[in-house]
Design a protein around this ligand. Structure first.
Ligand SMILES: [Fe+2]
Length: 247
């Protein structure tokens, strides 16, 4: 399965995505966030993920106060509609929905009311703002853990305010926060510094999940490209990835 060969100067893929089996971060419910915008686009992307070897997709629409104020009900309704269309198109893959929660005050509110979606064994996918670390981060994460939830921080490699000091990451690891790397970060899709910190997090055994964060075809093309990244192979061989446990 892992072949480290180069053919005619072109990188040969090292990774078979069926080994990951479960993608647990994507934006494939049409029209409710900045991901797929139509049912046709969603179906096409689900088909492509199946073609790469994924057996199950946990779709995670954005939930944020200022732009995508989705509710558990609207997400579930969107999922059911997608499922119906997948059946009509004879696409046989398991799909579930949770959400990617920005740690804003809206999340604090729905967390108190228990109106949020977890997946697997009480995992909750959360993200932070890209430019300023939220003030409420520690208290919200702590509260979640007290109540038995397991926060997974989405794409820790995308928060530049932590790049200069790995200690920021270590503090979260010490508190038992799971990290989910965006696979495409390893291709340099976002930026070179993002790629470098992604590699550093892998070197330091800090990653437990990987996800596509698939929004559209451009992301999918980058995901295909990531199959030939040696750091993805290194991560898979670390034995730390928990994606398969979500099957
Ligand atoms: Fe995302």
């Amino acid at each position: 399965m892992f072949k480290n060969i180069f053919h005619l100067g072109k990188k040969t893929k090292l990774i078979d995505f069926s080994e990951i089996a479960v993608d647990m971060h994507s934006h494939l419910i049409p029209g409710i966030d900045d991901g797929a915008q139509s049912m046709e686009e969603s179906i096409e992307l689900v088909k492509k993920m199946q073609g790469l070897g994924f057996k199950k997709l946990i779709i995670t629409p954005h939930v944020m106060q200022d732009s995508f104020k989705n509710s558990s009900e609207s997400i579930t309704a969107g999922l059911n509609n997608l499922k119906k269309h997948l059946i009509e198109n004879s696409i046989n893959i398991e799909v579930e929905a949770a959400a990617e929660y920005l740690l804003d005050y809206y999340f604090e509110e729905i967390f108190k009311l228990k109106k949020f979606l977890s997946f697997g064994n009480k995992y909750v996918l959360i993200e932070l703002a890209y430019f300023n670390k939220p003030e409420n981060m520690e208290s919200v994460l702590f509260q979640m853990q007290i109540e038995g939830y397991k926060p997974i921080l989405a794409h820790p490699e995308r928060y530049p305010y932590w790049y200069n000091n790995l200690e920021h990451y270590q503090k979260l690891k010490d508190r038992g926060v799971y990290f989910q790397l965006n696979t495409i970060s390893l291709t340099g899709y976002y930026s070179l510094p993002t790629k470098k910190i992604a590699e550093k997090l892998i070197d330091n055994n800090m990653i437990e999940f990987i996800g596509s964060d698939l929004h559209n075809l451009k992301y999918f093309e980058a995901l295909e490209k990531s199959a030939s990244e040696k750091y993805l192979k290194k991560l898979m061989e670390s034995g730390r990835l928990l994606n398969k446990q979500l099957l």
